[in-house]
Ligand binder design. Structure first.
Ligand code: G3P
Length: 218
């Protein structure tokens, strides 16, 4: 499975992406606004060997296609996210016909994911927690999409997004999701466990008491 960082925070990107074998960075207009980021600077900060997903704003077919091509011209590692709206799906289909790989974002159901894949999306992004906010099971929906794609050998990856907690992430990971993109806050919780830190402190203090050293001393 692949991990992505859902962030436009330059510092967090630099801190996590290389160090923890994160496959890339995902963003959307809200994230860019929240992190007070800039598209060109974001392109610069994300290492060239990591994928960078950026989203269009236009909802007209021609506008989506033009924005997609503009974004793609900024770097070879850029994959464009297009909302799975009626026009978004049309644009995804046209772009696929031109050999352009896209991600269909804002997916709320299996049938919508299937339609996006059928139009030629290379990735779909189910919005797990936003589905939960609608009193439905977002984890189940994402897993249904993954299972259907696998069973029907549909050539489209599931990059699950919109998480509120690590329980949601865990359920997807242990059930074979292709990829998850998680916020810097959740990434930090995933990487750092205070109990591991306590255990390490115990090892070091026992060692120091015995040897007087805080390294193996070999
Ligand atoms: O990448 C888009 C997705 O992360 C949206 O997340 O937290 O706004 O529901 P959220």
């Amino acid at each position: 499975m692949d991990f992505y960082l859902d962030s436009a925070d330059y510092q967090k990107i630099t801190e996590y992406v290389e160090a923890y074998h994160i496959k890339g960075v995902t963003s959307n207009p809200t994230i860019i606004v929240k992190d007070k980021a800039d598209i060109l600077k974001l392109v610069e900060v994300v290492p060239k060997d990591k994928e960078l997903f950026m989203q269009v704003i236009s909802d007209e077919v021609e506008g989506i296609m033009a924005e997609t091509k503009k974004l793609m011209s900024l770097g070879k590692n850029i994959i464009v996210k297009i909302p799975a709206s009626p026009n978004g799906l049309k644009a995804i289909k046209k772009l696929k016909e031109e050999g352009i790989k896209t991600l269909a974002t804002g997916i709320y159901s299996v049938e919508q994911a299937l339609m996006a894949a059928n139009c030629g999306a290379a990735y779909v992004a189910p919005y797990v927690n936003r589905i939960c906010d609608l009193e439905m099971d977002g984890v189940k929906a994402a897993l249904e999409i993954q299972k259907t794609f696998k069973e029907q050998q549909i050539d489209c990856k599931v990059l699950a997004a919109s998480f509120k907690n690590l329980m949601q992430v865990k359920e997807l990971l242990i059930n074979g999701i292709d990829a998850v993109t998680i916020s810097a806050d959740l990434m930090e919780k995933l990487i750092y466990n205070k109990n591991t830190e306590y255990a390490v402190k115990d090892f070091v203090s026992a060692w120091k008491e015995y040897t007087g050293k805080d390294t193996l001393g070999l």
